[in-house]
Design a protein around this ligand. Structure first.
Ligand SMILES: Cc1cc2nc3c(=O)[nH]c(=O)nc-3n(C[C@H](O)[C@H](O)[C@H](O)COP(=O)(O)OP(=O)(O)OC[C@H]3O[C@@H](n4cnc5c(N)ncnc54)[C@H](O)[C@@H]3O)c2cc1C
Length: 379
């Protein structure tokens, strides 16, 4: 069987790796370099703790975390691309994407404990001990935060590179970079391959569209499009600093985590809302400047540090906000995977789509999140 996977982001890399590992002849077709899309510019928190008000989304998110643990163990990658320093979430901190769990602290904690999710309340003294570089009154009048000791994040470009390299080296995956797909080819109700921008035809038995926020641009047929509701996000990066931030911090005005080499990675929901399509990601972008200023408020020794770099990316969000993974009615041999929170679920999507493609068994975790919900009315 020959498969074409479109897009070498975190999801395309995971799908291509799992298919190649299973003995499929896979070509991974990428418009630019690998890991150049949204996955490059992500906070990349891996967790299920914000999905507890939706049983199905919680179950899916938990499967995502478990798949990352398994994948990291397979590659010996715990601490290489999967880092789990723990996350501290201030009360009143905003959410990345869907706010599925806005219940009061005690209720949230009781629910997390009932689910067996590692979480604890910490106070100002605990925070000073864990993060001595933060302003002593950093928790503000709440004086409390939730600590998720086992949560962490993915260094997505590192994971993508490792999966692609392993798939090429061990399983013979063919990688085509700088080869934008112009359209998916179809015949008799089946996907039969892709045509690239240079006019080259690549034939295949199956096509998997993992082009993220560009998923509709590779189709060439509006009837196959998934409604998307993308949003913009800006991440600023400090220069390397000698001031450690040990945990992932989610405060009401700033999310911070380490980014290697002593750099810190910064973002904030309210500043993302100020972004427009013409904004250029530069260290002197007003949002990047403001992120660095807020960092100085939180970590006094970093006051005045400024941003060294900034990036803006588009979140690949299907209409309605929920994931979209599976087949499309009326087109056989074609799968699509577009989702926000795609770092969280990427390792699981690789397994779920492999099993669905090879065994015809769709993952129950994705039952509420299949693409056919967008096509039912038209059917
Ligand atoms: C600021 C921000 C914060 C985020 N925080 C989190 C978080 O904490 N946790 C989380 O789980 N998620 C988070 N996300 C979302 C997450 O980053 C995305 O869901 C995920 O990266 C999507 O991965 P992907 O592989 O689908 O897309 P991408 O990484 O964009 O990969 C798609 C690939 O397709 C390629 N492509 C495009 N067009 C073509 C074409 N014509 N032919 C061939 N290839 C093509 C692109 O070049 C790209 O490499 C965040 C996103 C942003 C922007």
């Amino acid at each position: 069987m020959k498969a074409i996977v479109i897009g070498a982001g975190v999801i395309g890399a995971a799908v291509a790796y799992r298919l190649a590992e299973a003995g499929i002849d896979v070509t991974l077709v990428e418009a630019g370099r690998i890991a150049e899309g949204t996955s490059l510019t992500s906070f990349a928190w891996v967790s299920a703790c914000e999905k507890i008000d939706s049983e199905s989304y919680y179950r899916l998110s938990l499967a995502g975390v478990a798949a990352h643990c398994d994948l990291a163990a397979e590659f010996g990658a715990e601490g290489v691309w999967y880092r789990r320093p723990g996350v501290i979430q201030w009360l009143g901190a905003g959410y990345e994407g869907l706010a599925l769990s806005e219940s009061p602290l005690e209720q949230k904690l009781a629910r997390l404990h009932a689910l067996g999710y590692p979480a604890e309340i910490i106070g100002a003294d605990d925070l000073s001990r864990i993060e001595p570089n933060l302003r002593p009154d950093a928790l503000g009048i709440d004086g409390q935060a939730i600590h998720y000791p086992e949560d962490g994040y993915i260094e997505a470009p590192v994971m993508i590179a490792a999966l692609v390299e392993a798939a090429v080296g061990r399983f013979g995956l063919e990688l085509r970079t700088h080869a934008p797909v112009r359209r998916v080819l179809t015949a008799n109700g089946r996907a039969t391959g892709v045509e690239t921008a240079s006019g080259e035809i690549l034939s295949a038995d199956i096509v998997v569209n993992c082009a993220g926020c560009w998923a509709n641009t590779v189709l060439g047929d509006p009837a196959l499009e998934i409604p998307l509701a993308p949003t913009l996000g800006l991440i600023a990066y400090t220069p390397g600093t000698g001031t450690a931030v040990r945990k992932v911090l989610r405060t009401p005005r700033l999310n911070v985590r380490a980014d290697g080499g002593g750099r810190l990675l910064l973002r904030a929901n309210d500043l993302d809302e100020t972004l427009g399509p013409d904004d250029v990601a530069r260290p002197d972008h007003p949002a990047a400047v403001e992120l660095a200023r807020r960092l100085g408020e939180l970590v006094p020794s970093l006051a005045g540090i400024g941003a060294e770099a900034a990036r803006i990316a588009t979140r690949p969000i299907p209409g309605g906000g929920l994931p979209c993974v599976g087949t499309i009615p009326g087109l056989d041999s074609y799968w699509v995977a577009v989702t926000h929170g795609g770092i969280n679920t990427s390792a699981f999507i690789g397994i779920a789509l492999r099993d669905e493609i090879l065994q015809g068994r769709a993952a129950p975790e994705y039952a509420p999140y299949r693409p056919d919900r967008f096509f039912k009315a038209a059917a």
